[in-house]
Design a protein around this ligand. Sequence first.
Ligand SMILES: Cc1ncc(COP(=O)(O)O)c(C=O)c1O
Length: 433
Amino acid sequence: MTDPHSPPRRKPKPSVEKLAGRKLKPATLMMGHGYDPQLSEGALKPPIFLTSTFAFESAAAGKRHFEGITGKRSGGPEGLVYSRFNGPNQEILEDRLSVWDEAEDALCFASGMTAICVLMLAFCSAGDVIVHSGPLYAASEGFVAKTLSRFGVTYLDFAAGADRPEIEAVLEQAKAQAAKAGGKVAMVYLESPANPTNALVDVEAVRDARDAVLTPDCPIAIDNTFLGPLWQQPLRHGADITVYSLTKYVGGHSDLVAGSLAGAKRWMDPVRMLRNTMGGIADPNTAWMLLRSLETVELRMQRAGENAAKVCEFLAEHPKVEGLGYLGMISDPRQQDIYRRHCSGAGSTFSLFVKGGEAESFRFLDALRIVKLAVSLGGTESLASHPAGMTHLSVPQERRAKLGITDNLVRVSIGIEDADDLIADFDQALKRV
Ligand SMILES: Cc1ncc(COP(=O)(O)O)c(C=O)c1O
């Protein structure tokens, strides 16, 4: 029996992460990790905590929390304080997200772009240089080139497939550029596979180049939206921070927008401080939906991956198809080598080059009946879009040409429908090109 005089327990029961010497797999941990039903009237699933603020046990406890939040004391707040900083649904989500990347800590955000912008703002000061791989998702490139530049932050980029000497040369140039402006190389920011070309970045080579040219204080962040969390674990290959648009595979049902970061506390702490100030944390309802999504993320991604392999096998032989940018069919030996070292699956998002140009691509897109014409990816349903005319329209024409974002490139994201139904849809739409 509980002692009626003892204070109610506020600290959750420790999660079971190991059993009989076995480290439990993420798929198992997604069902309960970080949640103690006894703290919520025994509810098996976490309720949605719709509250803007949290009652302190005492004035002294409130002061201690704020000492943690403001950085006067290390270790952060010891409990929940205010919903711009955190909440139960978001904390459980962050605990479960860090499981997938084997990260010490994770942070969730209202969108992938919020995660990216707050991350960059947390590490960059005037005079600093960001080095990034190219291409990036257009809004990420735009934030660096058009917004950060207004605050005295410049950038240099290297092509996604660059090798170590090429990356080192760009880092040396960035170091000189930063020294001239009185700043530092603040961050190496990668996206792999790149949106929309699917070009892979050699994360191990980037790590080696960073270690040779810069100091370990310059973090390597990588947008892992296309293959994560299942098919690529960049922290194992030398990245410091993983970045996600949770809107995509993790959310997985095209019904929410959210983002996240994961990495060591030393990298997450400055970002958390800025998020505390700016806001931008995912709301409790979205965090709850993501907890539900995480229970099936492995199943969904596996099925989508199997479907994509079958669809691409069909498309590769089709006379109206000029080529495919699919990670399961890489012909370039350098890209193949990166794939072999970094990826455990080819994903379900790929580029389809239709024979012809914009007119042929549009006819194909307009003829699809099952596959929906929409931007985004990683949902249960298959989607197709035209990057040159949609997501990457803001990218200048010469840069689009240099990056291979051509007018006949259609980006496809395969979902979890029946693969033969999808093949029938692609077949009938290609006949109408
Ligand atoms: C690779 C990649 N990163 C980041 C984002 C931005 O995420 P969000 O739309 O959740 O802000 C996207 C969106 O399409 C993306 O494809």
